[in-house]
Design a protein around this ligand. Structure first.
Ligand SMILES: Nc1ncnc2c1ncn2[C@@H]1O[C@H](COP(=O)(O)OP(=O)(O)O)[C@@H](O)[C@H]1O
Ligand SMILES: [Mg+2]
Length: 406
């Protein structure tokens, strides 16, 4: 009776009672254990497979486990770029300060890879920009919501292809805290920690590749900060608009939407005796396009995939000439049943192991390439045959790292 674990699990997941909680996870021999790519970490981590999916289990002192579980839960409310917490397991018979007194279970972030896969390749150059943007964007989004990371690093984040861009997903919240709002000092401190961590990580990679520290990409962290500052200012600076210039408000909103941020509310405050108005915007999560696509056709994708797919819908509508709102919504439904679904079915058969909407975006990029080469419109059947014949190439120039264990 003494070795009974306290397991709390969210609904719709396994109960995990079949795992051998009486022993540390590093001693497990369960047939559910699977080997997955993993980054640098200090606590033991294992991955287990159930019919509901794969889960990451991390072992750490119970108070840290509880804190991480709760923080990830709070973050999940504000962003989709975070690992989903699933369960918390306590071993009450073990001293509460011991490393193995608690574990956090998170849903495995599928089709993601650690940063090492991204920066170690010889052609990192063209991926560097995408990594910087994804990372800076994630940090801005978290800071906007009052989240202080405390240990922001490349290895506490996973990466996924997102159309031609990269999506960064935060996985390690052990050192973090959530406030109603962050002060500038807190944000700068978080950025300083990030720069230090990233420099260490880049120095490690250089050493691993036998490259001298002088040639390591030590500027990566400060480049992330530079992008962070630009994006932060763009999102938070108030705009003074003169009467007759109200179109600038619309431009500002469009610009924020282009960056992927949904606008939650706009405050317009009269200033200068009412001659001008000061505009302050409150932005929501970075899911503007994915939210729009979900509302329009009910499919869930990541932000840049949604952007590509929305362009495809617009292209389809332009071709069939839907102009009125009613015809457009009928057109969108036709696009779903006649264009998207047949292609998704084919992709699922031809590329069963790949994330299907990412593959669809790869196809869209290929269709554009073929149409450009042939200087004419290419229909989907013709483009798909060409894509298949070419071996299903992905976005031009991006040699996607695999998610296999290296
Ligand atoms: N939900 C998850 N999905 C995929 N990989 C994960 C997940 N959680 C952890 N990992 C992998 O395990 C490693 C360690 O996780 P992390 O939470 O950073 O542990 P630590 O606190 O020990 O640093 C990560 O680098 C990542 O590769
Ligand atoms: Mg970590």
């Amino acid at each position: 009776m003494i070795n009974t674990p306290r397991i709390s699990v969210r609904p719709d997941h396994p109960d995990f009672v079949d795992l051998d909680w009486s022993r540390p996870i590093s001693e497990w021999t369960s047939s559910r254990l699977v080997s997955m790519p993993e980054g640098i970490h200090r606590h033991p981590v294992v991955f287990v497979a159930y019919s509901q999916g794969i889960y990451a289990i991390k072992e750490l002192p119970i108070r840290f486990a509880r804190h991480e579980f709760e923080t990830l839960g709070a973050l999940e409310e504000i962003t989709s770029h975070v690992a989903v917490p699933v369960g918390l397991v306590e071993r009450p018979w073990i001293d509460k300060d011991s490393e193995s007194s608690g574990t956090v279970i998170t849903a495995y972030v599928s089709h993601a890879f650690p940063y090492r896969h991204l920066v170690s390749g010889h052609d990192f150059g063209q991926r560097r920009d995408a990594l910087l943007d994804a990372f800076a964007g994630l940090l801005v989004e978290l800071h906007l919501h009052g989240f202080y990371w405390g240990d922001c690093s490349l290895s506490n984040t996973l990466y996924r292809w997102d159309a031609s861009s990269i999506e960064a997903v935060m996985i390690d919240a052990e050192t973090s805290s959530i406030y109603s709002q962050l002060s500038k000092g807190q944000r700068l401190e978080d950025l300083a920690i990030m720069e230090l961590n990233v420099a260490g990580e880049m120095a490690d990679i250089a050493a691993e590749h036998g490259v001298s520290i002088d040639d390591a990409d030590l500027a990566l962290g400060s480049d992330i900060t530079a992008r962070y500052v630009t994006l932060w200012d763009e999102l938070t600076t108030s705009l003074i608009v003169t009467a007759g210039d109200h179109y600038r408000i619309r431009h500002r909103i469009e610009r924020l939407n282009t960056l992927g941020f949904a606008v939650d509310s706009i405050d317009l405050i009269p200033v200068d005796d009412g001659v001008n108005v000061k505009m302050r915007v409150r932005v929501g999560g970075r899911q503007y396009h994915s939210e729009r696509l979900r509302q329009m056709v009910g499919i869930d994708t990541s932000e840049n995939q949604a952007r590509s797919i929305l362009s495809d819908i617009a292209y389809h509508e332009a071709k069939v000439g839907s102009t009125s709102a009613t015809r457009r919504s009928v057109g969108t439904m036709n696009w779903r049943s006649q264009v998207l679904e047949p292609l998704i079915d084919e992709i699922s058969v031809d590329l069963p192991d790949q994330p299907v909407y990412q593959a669809y975006c790869d196809f869209l990029a290929y269709r554009l390439r073929v149409a450009t080469e042939r200087s004419r419109d290419v229909d989907n059947n013709e483009a798909y045959e060409a894509w298949k014949a070419a071996g299903f190439p992905r976005f031009k120039g991006s040699d996607h790292p695999s998610t296999e264990q290296r």
